[in-house]
Design a protein around this ligand. Structure first.
Ligand SMILES: C[S@@+](CC[C@H](N)C(=O)[O-])C[C@H]1O[C@@H](n2cnc3c(N)ncnc32)[C@H](O)[C@@H]1O
Length: 229
């Protein structure tokens, strides 16, 4: 498919990341966050590092959406890794670049991209690293578009985080959702594991493994996907 004839979904949540929000996001996660947020950030980085290892420690990684670069120090731990960071809202990576030392930022090449339409050729990068986007995507068609675009752009693996069912927090959330006003805008979704895994396979991936934030309790999970040969 050419880059121009893609039907790119517009998600309402994508528009909230203004310059001001970007700076807030950076500080919330890096500087002034609560103790719980700092622990959670630390744990997410630990499981992301493990996921990269399970993917074979790729030597070229595209962080999409990069946000303000929460994972950049960890991604840069491998000294010879080629690094790219992209986001739909350039304010996000711009703030991340402004706030970090040169020794980290000089490792990254940044560009604007929608996860549904990445302005790069087929097999551009060995691994796509996609944290905290999929739980915002409630429609199957949109998820399939994103999985297929990732399949086109990666030459090997995709690491992707999402909220899954089958744990204490998801059960609590489903109970809360059952009571909420159905007409109210919803921007975060728990994915039933069987359904989302079937979609990943349908898009052309094998599921290599997964890593949980806190097994049986938390909803966050990172899947390690590999293009079917
Ligand atoms: C919750 S943040 C996660 C950022 C980063 N991965 C992290 O974990 O800190 C979601 C990010 O998705 C970006 N975003 C929203 N819609 C997008 C889209 N269609 N394609 C790519 N990025 C998008 C936002 O600009 C924002 O930076």
């Amino acid at each position: 498919m050419s880059e121009t004839d893609k039907d790119v979904p517009e998600l309402e949540f994508s528009e909230k990341y203004t310059d001001e929000h970007a700076r807030e996001y950076y500080h919330k996660h890096n500087k002034t966050g609560s103790l719980w947020r700092r622990i959670s950030n630390w744990r997410e980085i630990v499981i992301a590092r493990k996921a990269l290892k399970l993917a074979g420690n790729p030597s070229a990684v595209l962080d999409l959406p990069s946000g303000t670069g929460r994972f950049w120090e960890m991604l840069a731990e491998k000294k010879d890794r080629k690094l790219f960071a992209a986001d739909y809202n350039p304010s996000m990576y711009t703030v991340g670049m402004e706030e970090r030392p040169k020794e980290i930022t000089s490792r990254f090449e940044t560009f604007q991209a929608s996860a549904f339409d990445i302005p790069k050729p087929d097999n551009f990068v060995e691994s796509i690293f996609c944290m905290r986007l999929l739980h915002h995507i409630g429609e199957r068609d949109d998820r399939m578009k994103m999985f297929r675009e990732f399949h086109r752009v990666t030459s090997d693996t995709v690491l992707i985080s999402l909220w899954v069912d089958g744990n204490v927090k998801a059960r609590k959330r489903f109970a809360k959702e059952a009571k909420r006003d159905k007409k109210k805008y919803q921007n975060r979704f728990v994915q039933p594991r069987e359904r989302v895994e079937a979609e990943m396979r349908e898009a052309g991936f094998d599921i290599v493994d997964h890593v949980d934030f806190l097994k049986h309790y938390a909803m966050w999970r990172i899947y390690i996907l590999r293009k079917k040969s």
